[in-house]
Design a protein around this ligand. Sequence first.
Ligand code: SF4
Length: 456
Amino acid sequence: MLQAKINQLLTEPACAHNHHHGDKKNRSCSQQAKPGAAQGGCAFDGASITLVPITDAAHLVHGPIACAGNSWGTRGSLSSGPLLFKTGFTTDLSEQDIIFGGEKRLYQAIKEIAQNHRPAAIFVYCTCVPALTGEDVEAVCQTAREKLGLPVIPVLAPGFVGSKNLGNRLAGEALLDYVIGTGEPPTVGQFAINLIGEYNIAGELWDVLPLFAQLGIQVLAKMTGDARYEEITYAHRAHLNLVICAKALLNVARKMQERYGIPYIECSFYGIRDMNDCLRQIARHFQSEELTAKVEALIAAETQKLEQELAPYRAKLQGKRVVLYTGGVKSWSVISAAQDLGIKVVATSTRKSTAEDKARIKELLGEDGIMMEGEGAQALLDVIQRTKADMLIAGGRNQYTALKAKIPFLDINQERHIGYAGYKGMVTLARELTNAMYSPIWRQIRQPAPWEVDYE
Ligand code: SF4
């Protein structure tokens, strides 16, 4: 059953990565782990990234302590209300459970959580160990559901089945199988949308939601940043799905189109052009003159405000050369945000980018732009030196490469604590870039060390 699902997710037809590439064989969009090669997070990690932002649910990791302990709480998804999702629950399987089975222990843990925390739902993540010992996690969840009268959702994404991306999709399947379509919304407005693949990292969604509210666009369900369990149960009543900056949950968007007839569009909230484009795409979809007029008025007002707010930063950032080293759609969505500030992106990585992402990157970078396939720190250093870059924008662990190259660094990945989405986020991005670029520390670092200076 799981293998069939994995094969299906690896060949997701909505993902451009799977389309034919000349006469070559189709590639799978979520690459399988290669023995001997270091990979990112496991499938369980990917599944928990996707679902943990549901704030009023309890997230129970069924496995040895390390599965939860190594990754819990590293993501910066914020909540405007319940904080239950911040508590890590695990069954902490031991040798005894491996020999005699951990199903009873799992049921006991679910019961305890239900009684002590009264969550809106419990997500149970099956990790490698119970998957290998052949525990029937689905059956335990079903029994618990019936006995406790509470949604208990099995998430079958044990780490060994594949990459983090595959885990994202398996989490999406859990939502499709057990959550979406099980509830009804209190009201559905004229323009009701869902956001898919937006995790409210550092609270950046809160800079975008007021824009939708201003336009009369109702965000019915968020998957899953700052989400409540209930809103996802009625996501099937929306009129449009917005897939935000992520191919990871395309399977959810496509299947919601098939099952409920909800079309989807892909959007990015990073950068002025992309944010404008996103709002215009929504207006085009609804074909409402009133909405179109409101969108244009909002864009005009925001652009005027931004021109003033960004002017001092633009003056300092104009013409600066930046290397971007991140994965997936961020490779192009952040280029466009940087270009909006007058920055020249001289190179970017195309790790985890689809063919479609790469085409967009090429268009944005132009002929001279360098596209790196993620060859590691040394290659990144070479590119920084070759392009005479002024700054590196990348994930947290690349900051040491930037230090080695003696250039400023800005963290762009999931672990950051600053939001860059929407118009407000654009000003924040400009401020952070300027602060990093002009920090006096760089002058000091680039000076020769005392023992390198030739004293008379
Ligand atoms: S690979 Fe398996 S054992 Fe390792 S963290 Fe992931 S789920 Fe746990």
